[in-house]
Each structure stands twice: as structure tokens, then as C-alpha cells.
Design a protein around this ligand. Structure first.
Ligand SMILES: C[S@@+](CC[C@H](N)C(=O)[O-])C[C@H]1O[C@@H](n2cnc3c(N)ncnc32)[C@H](O)[C@@H]1O
Length: 216
């Protein structure tokens, strides 16, 4: 099996337990991340959320914007996301299967792109960031809350134990500083940052394309 198919298979299998894990032991940063993300998208017209998973962030984003396109490459995640939107009476979310590398939207289609807790999981980070910048308006905002597994000694240990126990695919481990650097190297300008403590902290970063960085 190809590495990317193996990774996707992991998320398909883990979808039913995802909410419990995300809100449980590792969920301490979640309320603040949702608050920051909701405020970050507030007033936007069209928002693309990639790797939306079960829709924990989607439910916080949708009430603040006109339209959300929520995407993921795991159909079992998307099924839970659709159910969550239905039970919450949220009707401005279109949920659709998309690989982060092959989003299939025209250039500059979205005011805001949200990529939550996925940049550490993609095998080719540069290609993923190129794909996100391609569909983001030149004056748009990229929101990338991301687990920073190497931020503290506790997170360093917890991350490695978790990866061994669950076999979770993990292609890199960030600190807040190295995540910032990866975005800046892609030509993005950081416009907002907060690191939220937890067993594994989450770095909430907002950024925007610098001139010429949107299209590749
Ligand atoms: C840790 S979960 C995060 C879900 C959600 N963003 C959140 O923060 O609750 C990672 C998600 O990324 C998705 N994912 C990983 N690689 C992907 C890719 N190449 N394209 C699309 N989705 C991907 C997985 O299917 C999974 O739903």
C-alpha cells in the first residue's frame, strides 16, 4: 500500500473515535482554538476548510461566515461532519471529499482557508502549502492551528508514546517557531499567533500571502 493510502486508511478507521480523543486527554487547548478560529474567520464570505475531520472546527466557523466548503480525504470523517452539521441545524456548509494536494478549485477562490491540525500529517508540506495558497485570495487569510509536538518536554514524550501506541501517521513535529518558519519560507506573513497550552500544545497561527506568494 502507498504511504498516503496507509495514512488515509488510518483516519478512515479512527473516525468513530476521533471526537473522544480530540476532546479528551489532548483536548485542553480545543475551546480556545475554536474561539480563536471563529473570531479569525468572522465576517468572511467564503471559507475553505481542509482536513476538516469530524467538523469540530466547522461548527465554530459556519455561524460566523456566509459559506463554508469543508473538505477531507477520509469519507468516514466527512460522514460524521455532515451528521454534526445536520444536528446543529447548520445549512451553509458543503462537505466534500478532497485531498489537500488536489483541491480542484480555481485560483483565489476563498477569502479564508483553514487547515486545522494537519500540517504535521502531510508527507509533502511544501506542496500542501502551495495548494492552500493557490486557492486563497491574495488579500486572504490562512488559519493553521497545529499541534506542536516538540514545544515542551512533556509534549515531546507524549507525542512519541502516542505515535507508538496508535501507529498514528506523523510526518513532522513542530514547535511554534518551526511552524512559523515553514509558513514564512512559503512566502506567508504571520499576522496573528498564540500558543495554547496542553499535554500537546496547539500553535494558532494566522498568516497572509505576501506579494507574489499566492499563485504558484
Ligand atoms: C488530526 S485530524 C484534524 C481534524 C480537524 N481539522 C480538527 O482539528 O479537529 C486530521 C485530519 O486530516 C485529514 N487529512 C490528513 N491528510 C490529508 C490529506 N492529504 N488531504 C485531506 N485530508 C487529510 C484526516 O483525514 C483527518 O480528518
Amino acid at each position: 500500500m502507498r504511504e498516503e493510502d496507509r495514512d488515509r486508511d488510518f483516519w478512515e478507521r479512527k473516525a468513530p473515535q476521533y471526537d473522544r480523543v480530540a476532546k479528551g486527554l489532548f483536548g485542553r487547548p480545543l475551546p480556545r482554538v475554536l474561539e480563536l478560529t471563529a473570531s479569525g474567520v468572522s465576517g468572511a464570505g467564503t471559507v475553505l476548510e481542509v482536513a476538516a475531520g469530524t467538523g469540530l472546527m466547522t461548527a465554530a466557523i459556519a455561524p460566523r461566515v456566509r459559506q463554508v466548503v469543508a473538505t477531507d480525504y477520509a469519507d468516514n470523517m466527512l460522514a460524521i461532519l455532515r451528521e454534526r452539521m445536520k444536528s446543529a441545524g447548520i445549512s451553509n456548509v458543503e462537505a466534500t471529499h478532497r485531498d489537500i494536494y488536489a483541491l480542484g478549485y480555481p485560483p483565489a477562490s476563498f477569502d479564508v482557508v483553514v487547515a486545522g491540525n494537519v500540517l504535521h500529517l502531510v508527507p509533502d508540506l511544501e506542496r500542501a502549502l502551495d495548494a492552500l495558497c493557490y486557492v486563497l485570495r491574495l488579500d486572504g487569510k490562512l488559519i493553521t492551528p497545529t499541534f506542536v509536538h516538540d514545544e515542551t518536554a512533556l509534549a515531546w514524550v507524549a507525542s512519541r508514546v502516542l505515535a507508538n501506541m496508535l501507529g498514528q501517521p506523523m510526518h513532522r513535529r513542530f514547535t511554534t517557531a518551526s511552524l512559523r518558519q515553514a509558513l514564512e519560507q512559503r512566502g506567508l506573513r504571520i499576522t496573528g499567533a498564540e500558543t495554547i497550552p496542553g499535554i500537546i500544545p496547539i500553535a494558532y497561527l494566522e498568516s497572509g500571502p505576501t506579494i507574489g506568494a499566492g499563485l504558484v
